[in-house]
Structure formats: C-alpha cells, structure tokens
Write a protein that binds this ligand. Structure first.
Ligand code: PDD
Length: 280
C-alpha cells in the first residue's frame, strides 16, 4: 500500500519518521479517520474543520491547506484502490531533534502521515447486524476529549477489557454519567426519544454524531441532549454508537443486561440505513 509521509507518496515499508518525533514520544499529535464508501470520502469537510480546531487548541501549525489535504486523501484512495474503507490522517508537532518536554521552536515543521485501510464490509458489516455488547468502565482520560489527540492507550485498554469480558466495546463513565464509547459517541432510546450527552470538553464532537442527529431530526425523531447514567441505558429500548469507522452501530447488551430482544433495535437500524443512504 502507498502511504503519505511529509510530502512524499511511498510504499509503506519505505516511509520514515524520526525517533524524536513528539507524536511518537509524547502523543503530541492529533488525528482524523474518514470513511470511504463507493470510493468517495464521507464528510471530508467535517473532518478537516475538526482537524483545524484540534491543531488550534494545541497551538500546532497546520501542515498544509485543506485543499491539499483533500487531494492527498483522494490520491491515496485512488492509488490503493479503496472502494470501502478508511483514511487515517495524523499530524504531529514534529521535533527539533531531541527529547524535550518543552515544545520545539514555532517554526519547527509539523509532521503529517496518511494511510488507507481497506474494509470491504464497512457498510454491510456483520457486526452491525449482530449489534454490540458493551461493558461500562470508569473514564480516567484527560479533560480535553474534544481535541482528537492520539492518546489512545486507555481506550485501547477499554477495548481489551471488553474483549476479555466476551464483549465488543466499552462505554466510559465519569461522575456517574456516560461520557462516550472508547472510539464512538453513545446513545440510548427510550419511548422513541434518542438520548445522548451534550457536547462539551468531556467528549469528542463526533462528525457522525452531528450528521446522525441532523438526520434524526429531519425524520421527526425526538432528541434529548443530556447527561445519562449506565442504569438508564440498561433500561432503554435500544442503544447505539456512532463513529466514522462503524457509522451507526446498534448496541444489544450493556453490562450483561440485554436490551429489547437482544437484536439491533428498529430505530438504530433505520438511522444506520438513513445515514448510509444519505452518505452515498
Ligand atoms: N474514533 N468519541 C471518540 C473517543 C472517538 O475516538 C471517536 C472516533 C468518536 C466518533 O467521532 P466521529 O464520528 O467523528 O468518527 C467519538 C475514530 C473513528 C477512531 O479512533 O478510529
């Protein structure tokens, strides 16, 4: 596969990053994951705008313009023949050649890496037909989850805890309230009302969240953006998550409690269909 590194398109085994890169040493880096359906990027603009915001919040320079970013995305998708899949983009603060807690001089060039992932069953995924089993875990991440940094150790540990428990993913809980999933936003549905946590620095402002809430509203569904507990979600009729990598993923079990009849709920399934139709 061809990857993009700091201006060059290269075979993946020829791409190089400095060992002093702060993305590598300190997770001083931000990222985006954009999905590809029928060879087309889904919501590129939303991801580009969020990237700009992440960079601004961390005082990091943009590596290139939005138009250049789009061109790199498109070129990699074409070059690697991606029909369904993902484009991963990471911008790091780079380095001036040593390990230092202080940021390097402002003129230090940021690093940029992009690669594609081929996922032939992204839209028609077997996992989405089964629905996800969720465990809840404490949210011990830092307080700026609205910035999409590459500090993904705890979310990785959360997914491992879920796997060990025979489940698919974890929802994180802070002060008694669900924040979000390890790599997705979290929702439950009770009596036809979709409930999800409001935007703040506590969660990532999901690009898929925004699109799905807009589509739900257009379909005359009721939405409540408010804090909610795991217990409330366990008593729900349905639940689901949203992300660029899984779109709308129905949730069928939370901490061993089955939701509804234990299969994906009708509203979650409908939202997934509407989202995929609209995106294509
Ligand atoms: N994760 N919350 C968290 C913590 C996330 O990591 C993600 C995305 C989301 C959903 O955001 P969006 O709808 O913009 O993808 C919410 C990506 C897909 C990942 O880490 O692979």
């Amino acid at each position: 596969r061809t990857v993009y590194v700091n201006g060059d398109y290269l075979p993946e085994d020829e791409a190089k990053i400095s060992v002093f890169d702060r993305g590598f040493l300190m997770a001083d880096a931000v990222y985006e994951v954009t999905s590809v359906l029928d060879g087309k990027l889904i919501d590129f603009d939303g991801h580009a705008v969020r990237l700009e915001r992440s960079l601004r919040e961390l005082d990091m320079a943009a590596p290139c313009s939005k138009d250049e970013l789009l061109e790199i995305h498109r070129k990699l998708v074409a070059e690697n023949g991606i029909v369904e899949g993902l484009v991963y983009l990471q911008v790091t603060r780079g380095s001036d050649g040593d390990r230092d807690f202080l940021f390097p001089a402002p003129e230090t060039k940021p690093g940029i890496v992009l690669f594609t992932q081929n996922k032939p069953n992204l839209a028609d995924s077997p996992a989405s037909k089964k629905g996800a089993k969720i465990i809840s875990i404490e949210d011990i991440r830092w307080g700026r989850r609205d910035i999409k940094t590459t500090q993904l150790l705890y979310p990785s540990m959360g997914k491992m805890m879920a796997k060990k428990a025979g489940c698919d993913d974890a929802w994180m809980v802070e002060d008694g309230y669900v924040t979000e999933g390890t790599s997705n936003n979290a929702y439950f549905i009770k009596n036809g009302t979709i409930v999800t946590r409001p935007l703040s620095t506590d969660i990532l402002h999901g690009i898929t969240r925004k699109a799905v809430l807009r589509l739900a509203e257009e379909a005359q569904m009721k939405i409540e953006e408010r804090l909610f507990t795991v217990d409330e979600a366990k008593e729900a009729d349905e639940a689901f998550t949203t992300s660029a990598s899984a779109f709308v993923m129905p949730v069928v079990e939370i901490d061993g409690v089955q939701l509804g009849d234990g299969t994906p709920g009708p509203i979650a399934k409908r939202l997934r269909e509407i989202y995929l139709d609209e995106s294509r």
